[in-house]
Design a protein around this ligand. Structure first.
Ligand code: GUN
Length: 312
């Protein structure tokens, strides 16, 4: 058996196509396009790639997107001043500060910055007001990656209600909101993490298994119940040829790509899982495109809410 591959590129395109009419309607009513401000601090190559791709997709969808690039040694107070300026900018509907922030900004920098963003413009859904609303099942702006996973499941006809769902990873960005979204759709949810005992046997109970721990190829076949749906949220850059040779046979297209480029982006799920799972999101081309589509959707929601005077 080989798992059905859940095509995040196609689903992301469907969502973006669905935004055309609301973007046009907002633009007609407001006399301007929905505005998205992206903030990138430092020179992490992965973050550069993600933010450029968010900027391009936003432009393609008719949004007015801008990027603020700040050097890695920017003091946190300067970043907070920029956030404050964007909060007060009438043309800015959505603010995204790319995580991770440079370590020199301090251990609590991300929390301080996310707390400072106007909840009505918090297109990441990271502000405590939006997280609190998510807990209560009434959030407009929800973290993009987990809400993208829900779109993949629902648009692929995978039943969530009554399913046993296991989320590996308990981050604020993915694991926790993921578990809440599944719970609100009536799954029986278990969250696993680094201290979970016998992780593989807990994961093996799952009808829906979400791997969001950031450890390449960690989820092997013994974690997966035959026929389960496996969602791979991992995107770790790997440049170790020995690791890659252990995962992909010679001639495999991902191994060929690695040999050409010297690196690849690896998910948390081992390639062998494809033979056991019923359905699987590939990396790349699975969850990643949904994260961007949901960011655009959140920006349009935030813009419409602001236009209609709906405060958060
Ligand atoms: N870094 C990785 N994923 C995300 C995300 O969804 N939002 C932000 N702001 N940073 C990220």
């Amino acid at each position: 058996m080989s798992a059905i591959r859940l095509d995040g590129i196609a689903i992301g395109q469907q969502i973006r196509a669905g935004l055309r009419a609301p973007v046009a309607e907002f633009t007609r009513q407001a006399g301007r396009a929905p505005g998205l401000s992206l903030v990138l601090v430092g020179d992490d190559p992965g973050s550069h790639l993600y933010v450029s791709s968010k900027l391009r997709s936003a432009g393609d969808s008719g949004l007015d997107a801008e990027i603020h690039r700040l050097p890695g040694d920017t003091p946190i107070d300067e970043l907070l001043r920029l956030v404050d300026r964007l909060n007060r900018d009438e043309r800015c509907d959505g603010i995204l500060v790319q995580s991770p922030l440079p370590t020199q900004m301090g251990a609590d920098a991300e929390r301080r910055v996310f707390d400072a963003i106007d909840p009505a413009k918090d297109v990441d859904g990271f502000h405590p007001t939006n997280v609190g609303k998510l807990v209560q099942g009434r959030a407009d702006l929800v973290a993009c990656t987990p809400s993208g996973v829900i779109e993949i499941l629902e648009r692929s006809g995978i039943r969530i209600a009554g399913a046993s769902a296991v989320v590996i990873g308990r981050s604020d960005i993915v694991g926790k909101p993921m578990a809440l979204l599944l719970l609100h759709r009536h799954a029986t949810v278990t969250i696993c993490h680094s201290r979970t005992r016998d992780l593989a046997s807990v994961a093996r109970e799952a009808d829906i298994l979400v791997a969001a721990l950031g450890r390449p190829a960690f989820v092997t076949t013994d974690f997966v119940k035959p026929g389960a749906t496996v969602i791979d949220v991992g995107t770790t850059p790997v440049s170790d040829a020995e690791l890659v040779a252990g995962w992909f046979e010679p001639g495999h297209k991902r191994r060929d790509a690695f040999e050409r480029r010297g690196s690849l982006v690896m998910g948390d799920v081992h390639p062998g899982v494809e033979a056991v799972a019923g359905a699987l999101t590939p990396v790349p081309g699975g969850v990643g495109p949904l994260t961007i589509a949901m960011l655009l959707k959140n920006t349009v929601t935030a813009a419409m809410n602001r236009l209609n005077g709906i405060g958060l």
